[in-house]
Design a binder for this molecule. Structure first.
Ligand code: HEM
Length: 448
């Protein structure tokens, strides 16, 4: 008997009604309601769906099987750099997420040294005073703009943990650096994608120069003395066989790391605040855990917070800070039996998977117990829950992120209680990473 090998299918033809606006394509439909758009494509085309955006055809990979194949990347057909640099621009060049294959493997091996258990212990010790300082100016109130305050807080934490407080820097200089950094992050949503004054990209080009100058100025001091901030750590880490980062590597990685760590942690904490504000029983349960620990728990204690961990996982499911990952094919490949030609931009619908009824019960409902030991819905498929991605580019900062988020929640729960209207639905901005445009106002009360 001869085995029947099935020829891969071609990508389906895009229906006229799915093309969206001339040239713009589905960009505005995505920004209005990404889930609706992806559901429509999934229902008609299945896991490998054609789409059209900004003048070109792209391919949507939908569901955990298709996303899993691209993330595992067995035939090395999917590359990060040509995909992500089209979105985030040249401002994060040579960051770990924007390099590929052997080059990526070599850099990741060195960077792994910055995220060992011992390093995480050190970062955790720094986290508490940084959070305390950052929250000191918080004024409780009935319209507390939680998302904006958390964004500032995670920036303040980054200034300390990443740059060691940049001790000799004046407040004005630090504000300039923060502004430059934000300009780089906001470039992703730019329509004019060139160095044109007064546009997002124009500001980001200037921003990158400011950041490079600033970091380069500190480099000699960071090289000279080993401290436990990430800047210094990147200057000193070394693999067993002696591989180290060059000065340029340190600067490129620093700029990318600050970007990778900032909005993602802000979005997760503000999502947690929203749901705990709408579910007071869960808030009390988490508070009891936070109160059972001392004022500055160490890494192991933060990692032992069971309820806060369940809530964090559920928040990451309901609002994945990076809802879509992108890849670019550097050669022909096949996903789910469909041939994808070389030079194709692919979008992996991470958030879409998180809402699939095939893998989650009542996926739109806040239900942290779904991650508990009896249910473990995240194990319904290896790629059912993928807020940190998967494969060789899986988030290297995921444990660090968990510690930062839990340390913020620990302090907040001990110092405050809060509520959010049960009917509140955040008006999300989907231009880049999803955030509540209204700043997510909550009623915040200081504990007596
Ligand atoms: C809740 C917080 C976070 C989320 C949801 C998140 C999500 C992700 C995702 C989805 C990727 C994979 C990108 C891809 O495959 O193309 C990624 C990569 C990465 N993340 Fe995170 N991240 C978070 C926090 C952090 C933090 C705190 C750091 C650093 C301290 C960090 C550093 C990185 C780096 C360096 C990469 C690139 C890894 C590589 O390409 O090898 N992330 N992150």
């Amino acid at each position: 008997m001869t085995a029947v090998t099935r020829e891969p299918r071609q990508i389906a033809e895009l229906r006229r009604e799915d093309r969206g606006l001339p040239w713009i394509g589905n960009l505005f439909n995505y920004q209005r309601d990404p889930l609706r758009l992806y559901r429509r494509h999934w229902e008609h085309y299945g896991p490998v769906a054609p789409s059209y955006n900004l003048g070109r055809t792209t391919v949507l990979l939908l569901g955990p099987d298709a996303c899993g194949e691209a993330l595992q990347n067995r035939d090395k057909a999917f590359a990060n750099k040509p995909a992500w640099s089209q979105l985030v621009g040249p401002f994060f060049r040579r960051g770990l997420m924007l390099i590929d294959f052997d080059d990526h493997r070599d850099h990741r091996r060195i960077m792994q040294e910055a995220f060992t258990r011992d390093r995480l212990d050190g970062y955790t010790r720094r986290l508490h005073p940084a959070i305390e300082r950052g929250m000191a100016s918080w004024a409780a109130g009935r319209q507390f703009p939680a998302h904006w305050r958390l964004k500032q807080l995670t920036l303040d934490i980054a200034a300390d943990l990443f740059m060691g407080g940049a001790r000799d820097t004046s407040e004005a200089e630090m504000a300039r650096v923060n502004k430059a950094f934000i300009a780089c992050v906001q470039a992703a949503a730019g329509v004019v994608r060139a160095d044109v004054p007064l546009t997002r990209w124009g500001r980001a080009y200037r921003g990158r120069q400011v950041l490079e100058r600033f970091l380069r100025g500190y480099l000699p001091a960071k090289r000279a003395t080993a401290t436990d901030d990430i800047f210094s750590v990147l200057c000193h880490i070394e693999t067993d066989d002696g591989a180290r980062f060059s000065d340029d590597d340190v600067i490129n990685h620093m700029i990318f790391l600050m970007m990778a760590a900032h909005d993602t942690s802000t979005i997760t904490t503000s999502t947690i605040l929203q749901y705990l504000g709408q579910h007071p029983a869960w808030q009390e349960r988490c508070r009891a855990e936070a109160l059972a620990l001392g004022p500055a728990p160490d890494r192991a204690e933060l990692e032992s917070l069971v309820s806060i961990d369940l809530v964090m996982r559920e928040a990451l499911r309901l609002r994945a800070p990076v809802p879509v990952l992108v890849r670019y094919t550097v050669k022909d490949t096949v996903v789910q039996g469909v041939r994808i030609p070389a030079d194709t931009m692919c979008a992996l619908g991470i958030q879409f998977t998180h809402f699939m009824e095939e893998y989650w019960t009542n996926p739109m409902v806040f239900d942290p117990e779904r991650f508990g030991p009896e249910r473990r819905e995240d194990r319904s498929h290896r790629f059912a829950w993928e807020p940190f991605g998967g494969g060789v580019h899986k988030c290297i900062g995921l444990h660090f992120a968990g510690l930062e988020i839990k340390a913020i929640m620990h302090r907040l729960l001990r110092g405050y209680h809060w509520s959010v209207d049960p009917g509140y639905v955040p008006p999300l901005d989907h231009h880049a990473l999803p955030f509540p445009k209204d700043g997510q106002p909550i009623v915040l009360i200081r504990n007596s």
